[in-house]
Write a protein that binds this ligand. Structure first.
Ligand SMILES: NC(=O)CC[C@H](N)C(=O)O
Length: 349
């Protein structure tokens, strides 16, 4: 059970593959007011296990709405509970860490609470779980949709200037859109791709996506791939799970946070410029700063708890962030990171 404090973008949140295995509590009480549509999906098969709401689902009143959130949830097999004291639940999660939970439907009121409790308590939790394998793409594909083309843009788009291989650990679509928007032709590879497979496509740069589960578990196969890419000297950019696994590939450690960061208003400081960005976040694991080897610097830091929000390797075109520059939902303060990645590819010629 986790909570998110984002006040908008429930459909993007519910379809973010990084929520696999988790039930989402929305601290914002009125959810459903803009309905659902086909453009705001971050993946076609939502991976979140359920949602908890304060108020009943609000009726949609928005020109983009194609379906009531209630029917969309039913169509997508996502179970939800309304009428829950989400403030109390959030305080519980914040005070004692994310607990295991079950959502039960017992119309006759008869259910065996101790047995259910035992079932929830017996769930091993996200630590040690490789969930990227469940949500990655089945095969290689190419991506060229941008925000602009999605919204019915007309005319010709600028020709892509760089070829990026994106390794999909549960990628959000808007990341791929942002890469395409910044001038990249994107080839998406399944999570278990090897360095040889990635480099055989002769990319100008390599991208490591977000994704669910424990970075250490997915890292068992992703870390050797990442190390191979670093050795090649190609520009490398990672987001969230991609960032955590880059940390592992460089020799650092990750650990599970008590509560995690989930919301759309997390202040992060860029330590180079001193500028503060308001960021979108969704993570429960984090890179352990103490374990970072020499030659790897912390570039961004959370102003909520001081944790590592970005790293870069000295003298190499390799960097990553813990938060979500693609927003979706959330503010777009950090979009410059996509340009930074393209800048690194430009520099290499
Ligand atoms: N959004 C993500 O990529 C999440 C990464 C990882 N599964 C975590 O919870 O920390």
């Amino acid at each position: 059970m986790v909570f998110t404090t984002g006040m908008t973008g429930y459909q993007e949140t519910l379809t973010d593959p990084s929520f696999a295995g988790q039930v989402i509590t929305f601290t914002f009480p009125h959810v459903g007011n803009v309905g659902t549509n086909v453009e705001d999906l971050e993946t076609t098969t939502p991976a979140a296990r359920g949602l908890i709401l304060r108020a009943d689902i609000t009726d949609p009143a928005n020109w983009r709405s194609a379906k009531h959130l209630d029917s969309w949830l039913k169509a997508n097999n996502i179970v939800g509970l309304c009428g829950v004291d989400t403030r109390a639940l959030t305080r519980r999660i914040r005070a004692k860490g994310a607990p295991n939970g079950v959502i039960v439907n017992a119309p006759d009121g008869a259910f065996d609470l101790p047995a259910l409790w035992g079932k929830a308590a017996g769930w091993p939790g996200l630590e040690g779980m490789d969930l990227a394998r469940d949500v990655t793409c089945a095969q290689t594909y190419s991506w060229d949709e941008t925000e602009w083309s999605l919204r019915g843009g007309y005319g010709r788009q600028a020709k892509p200037r760089f070829h990026v291989v994106a390794v999909d650990f549960g990628a959000k679509r808007n990341i791929l859109r942002c890469l395409a928007e910044t001038g990249c032709k994107v080839t998406v590879l399944p999570a278990e791709a090897t360095a040889e497979q990635v480099l055989a496509l002769e990319p100008d740069g390599v991208f490591l996506s977000n994704g669910p589960g424990d970075p250490a578990a997915t890292g068992t196969y992703a870390v050797p791939m990442i190390q191979g890419v670093i050795k090649s000297g190609k520009p490398l950019f990672g987001i969230c799970l991609g960032h955590q696994m880059l940390g592992l590939a460089l020799g650092a450690k990750t650990f599970k946070m008590d509560t995690g960061h989930r919301g759309a208003n997390h202040p992060v400081k860029d330590l180079e410029t001193g500028k503060v960005e308001i960021t979108s976040q969704n993570h429960g694991f984090v890179v352990d700063e103490k374990s970072l080897p020499a030659g790897v610097k912390v570039t961004h830091r959370s102003l909520f708890d001081g944790s590592v929000e970005g790293i870069a390797v000295d003298g190499k075109p390799v960097f990553s962030v813990q938060y979500h520059p693609e927003a979706s939902p959330g503010p777009q303060d950090a979009h410059y990171l996509f340009e930074r990645f393209v800048g690194l590819m430009e520099k290499r010629g």
